[in-house]
Structures are given as C-alpha cells and as structure tokens.
Design a binder for this molecule. Structure first.
Ligand code: AHR
Length: 519
C-alpha cells in the first residue's frame, strides 16, 4: 500500500484527500505510469467503499488483477476475458487478436469490487415503447476506441436498444440508504432518448414509482418544458418518473455541460437517501468539479426507496432509447465527502483519457470524417443527414454547428462485416446510414440482420481515381452514389432506376474521406 493511501486510511480527512488530489495531478498517466491510489482506494480510505466498480478501460483499485470485461465473437460464439496490462490499463490488444476478422460484442463488465456486481446484457423489462420485448443488445466491443494512459483501449458505446444490468446485487444501497456514484462518459455522444443511466434501479426492471431509482443520467434531457432549447447534454439524476437537475421539475442551467465540445466528462451523484442529494460534473481531461446542485430531494422522493439493482445505458424499466459512452464508473456505500470526489476527479484526469491517435479523417473505426463529393459540379458538397435522409449539400467550416454535425460521420467497423465500415451520424448518435429500397437514409441500429447488412459498406479505391467508392455489402454491384442531390446505392447503368444512369456514375460514386466538419 502506498504511503499516500495509508495516510488517507488513517486520517481520512479532507486535507489529506486534497493533498492526494494535488499529488495525483503531478503523477500524470498519459504515458502509462501507474497511478495510485485509484478511485476505489480513495473511497475506501474515506470510509465510503465501492460496492460496484466497472470499467473497460482501467483498474479502479490499485492492485486489481482480475478481468475488466468479457467479449463474445459473433463468428463462433466463443468468449474471452479482457484483462490488464502491468500498469493497470486494459489489454485491448488481446481483444483485437481474439476478434480479428470478425465482430465481438461486450457481454459482461466485471465488478472490480469484492461484491462481484457484474453487469451483463439486460434481459428486458417492462418498458412498452418501440423495440420493447426481449433482451437488449450488447455493445460492439470495438465501437469506441480511445486512448488512456498512452494505450489504445475501448469504451462502451451504447446505441438505442443496448443496455446492461444486474438485478441481484449485494451491498448496493436500498430503502433510503446513502450512496454515491460517478461515471466517465462523453458530452459529444448523447441523445434525448430515455435513458442513458448508470446507477441504482429497480430489481424487477419495472417502473415501481418515485424514489425507486437513484442513477446518473447524461443526456439532452427534453423532459421539462423549459429544456426545449437545450443544445447539448447535461448531468442529471434519474430518480424514477423524473430525471432531475435539482429539486424542481424544470431545467437547471447549471446541469448543462458548458464550454464544449467535451469528449470525456465525469458525472457525479450522491444521495443521503433521506432528504438531500447532490450533482456535479467535470471535464475528465482537466480541472476540478463543477457544482450543479446540492440540496433537498424533490417533493415525493424523500425518503428514497432504492431497490439496489445496477443499470447501464437504460432506464429503470429497461427503456432503451438512449445513446451514450461509458468508460468507467463506481458506486459507493455511504455518502462520499466532496474531498473524496475531488481526489477521484484528479485521478480520472491523471488517467489521461484522449482521442485515438491518428484516426481523424480516415476509415479506421472510431475516426470522425466527412464524405466529400468529387463530381465537378459538386466539390463543395458533402454527404449529410437531412431529417433522416442522406443528401449532398455545401458545407464549410462556417456552416451552422448543427449542419456541420449532420455532415460528420463516425466510422464504425461494419455492422455486418468487420472488413467493411458503417457510418454513424454525429448529429444523430445511434442512427446509421443504411440503404432501403436503394435510397440512403438514417436509421437506428436495431440489431436485426437486415439492418446490419443494409448499413454496411465496403470501401475500395475511388472509381474515378479520387478518394474511395463504397459498395453495399449485401449488393456488391451497387455503390453509394449521389444523383440530383440525393444519395442512393446505384449500379453503373445496370438497372432501371434513374440513379443507375451511366453518365457521371464513376464521379458520383467517388468520395474523398475528409476531416470531420464538426469536432
Ligand atoms: O425517470 C425516467 C424513466 O422513467 C426511468 O428511467 C424509467 O424507469 C421510466 O420510464
């Protein structure tokens, strides 16, 4: 045990925690140095031990030596645990080797705490909306490449339909007990769907009423009338039948993540279970924590009635309309001190989260790109999402932010073939470019075989010698082509559709893969 940790365990004082926070910044983790103490060591020293510690990126205890997560290959159903490198970061190379030439999904995120509250793919719930019934989907294991501590690692990228839970936990707060939690997430991958949550929820996956949940939520929450103009996401508490920014049923401006874009954020919730709760957020790459709210529980929520299940990426009743990114998170027994939270935030910053290097503007999974037309008429045009349909339109760095986002695509490993690619809309996370009756449109990934293959395109050198052309994986003679402003899959004069016309086909079917229009 380090001297620092031992000092913390004996004193547990706010001053000692602040000292640790300061020293941690100095240690830095950008090049793989071991960072001690880690979040759950800090909470243990402050007498609020972790009862859940989940991450696909790194160990949340100094000395944790178990597996971080389990992946399953789609080709043969075999599973593999992904463990740690010597410095406590994920051994993502082991995943890459196991999943080479096929696709893998994340099937289990191990709880590093002695409680063993592992998360597995949610089995379904009582939510009755679109996509209801049956189990949720698992996240693609390589959908979210990032760096941490100088290593290439993967986060968990949740699209609508995906989610994880554990409905039989031990040690997690129930029936008004105090607890705290944090997660490292992203303010550039989010939506307004219910509910990108991490935390305490119902054991029956059913909405059992106010106060039966106590979970962090990161979303563009449009629930309250004065939230309609919210441009980006905020950090909230899903207390069931209400995603609260404070004790009111209205938007709290302090809940909004400001100063963006922020690809890595930390989100914080603590609740004494009886009368008060607090929310904070931080940039996971630098700085300290911003207070959102600390005060009384909303009317009807005191005392809390938590049930002690744990959810990730879904609501308490398994509502699964949300999108978001998860890198690490922990839950504590007891109401953590602000000093402990500050020390954990410093440790997160020292962990060195960053974008994957050298990916921007390439077809590597995780890269953010634009697709620029090469036909003489249209070289100022890029492929963009326009209300769910793909079109080409002029975009510049001075275009409105929303237009630039709709003309930016996140490259994903092909949903149906890992040798090909899929394109997720930056402006509409969770929606993928797919063909349907030869027309290219945006649709949420729903996990069906047809959806996967219609959203998979295979790159080749551009047919006119510029950039790339992309054939439809399930219709190899048809290529992504623009025709009179709209985008289709089209053959080279081989069909009866107007957009299969031979004239200009090779130009219209060639696109330069450029840097993203929206950071
Ligand atoms: O409180 C918001 C959501 O409402 C919960 O997550 C879900 O259980 C219910 O539908």
């Amino acid at each position: 045990m380090s001297a620092l940790l031992s000092a913390l365990m004996t004193s547990g004082t706010r001053a000692a925690l602040a000292t640790v926070a300061g020293l941690l910044i100095g240690l830095g983790g950008a090049h793989g140095e071991t960072i001690r103490p880690r979040p759950c060591d800090i909470y243990a020293a402050a007498h609020t031990p972790c009862v859940a510690a989940h991450s696909t990126v790194r160990a949340l205890y100094d000395g944790y030596a178990g597996a971080l997560y389990q992946v399953k290959r789609t080709s043969d159903g075999a599973t593999e645990n992904v463990g740690l490198l010597a410095d406590g970061y994920a051994n993502a190379a082991a995943q890459d080797k196991f999943c080479a030439s096929t696709a893998c999904i994340i099937t289990r995120i191990y709880d590093q705490s002695p409680r063993h509250n592992d998360l597995t793919i949610a089995a379904g719930g009582h939510y009755k909306g679109p996509g209801a019934g049956g189990a949720d989907l698992g996240a693609a294991a390589d959908a979210l490449p990032v760096t941490a501590g100088g290593h290439q690692v993967y986060g968990v990228s949740i699209s609508p339909g995906m989610g994880y839970h554990n409905v039989r936990t031990t040690g997690v707060a129930a029936k008004g007990e105090p607890e705290g939690m944090y997660m490292v997430s992203s303010a550039t991958h989010f939506n307004s769907g219910c509910c990108f949550d991490y935390g305490n929820a119902e054991t029956s996956s059913t909405d059992t009423g106010a106060g039966h949940m106590d979970a962090l939520n990161v979303s563009r929450d449009l629930e309250w009338p004065n939230c309609r103009n919210e441009p980006g996401p905020g950090v909230h508490a899903d207390l069931e039948n209400g995603i609260f920014h404070w004790d009111q049923r209205s938007c709290n401006p302090a809940a909004r993540i400001s100063g963006g874009p922020r690809p890595f954020i930390s989100a914080w919730l603590k609740n004494n279970g009886q009368s008060r709760f607090a929310l904070k957020w931080g940039d996971a790459q630098s700085g300290g924590l911003n207070k959102i709210y600390a005060g009384g529980l909303p009317r009807g929520y005191a005392p809390m009635r938590q049930e002690g299940a744990i959810i990730l990426g879904i609501g308490g009743d398994n509502s699964h309309g949300s999108a978001g990114s998860f890198f690490e998170g922990a839950m504590t027994a007891g109401f953590p001190t602000d000093g402990a939270d500050d020390a954990v935030q410093s440790n997160i910053v020292a962990a060195g989260y960053g974008a994957p290097s050298g990916l921007s503007g390439t077809l590597a999974p995780g890269s953010e790109i634009s697709l620029r037309a090469t036909t003489a008429c249209c070289t100022a045009d890029s492929v963009r999402n326009q209300n769910g349909t793909a079109v080409i339109a002029p975009i510049t760095s001075r275009s409105a932010a929303a237009d630039r986002r709709d003309a930016t695509w996140i490259v994903r490993r092909g949903l149906a073939d890992s040798a090909c690619v899929s394109f997720e809309s930056k402006g509409s996370p969770g929606d993928f470019l797919r063909h349907q009756n030869a027309v290219l449109r945006m649709q949420p990934f729903d996990g069906t075989a047809l959806n996967r293959s219609d959203a998979t395109f295979c790159p080749e050198p551009g047919k006119n010698g510029k950039g790339n052309s992309f054939h439809a994986m399930n219709d190899p003679a048809k290529y992504i082509r623009h025709y009179y402003g709209k985008v289709y899959i089209a053959g080279d004069g081989d069909d009866k559709n107007p957009w299969d016309a031979k004239a200009l086909w090779s130009d219209d079917a060639s696109f330069v893969v450029g840097p993203p229009w929206s950071p």
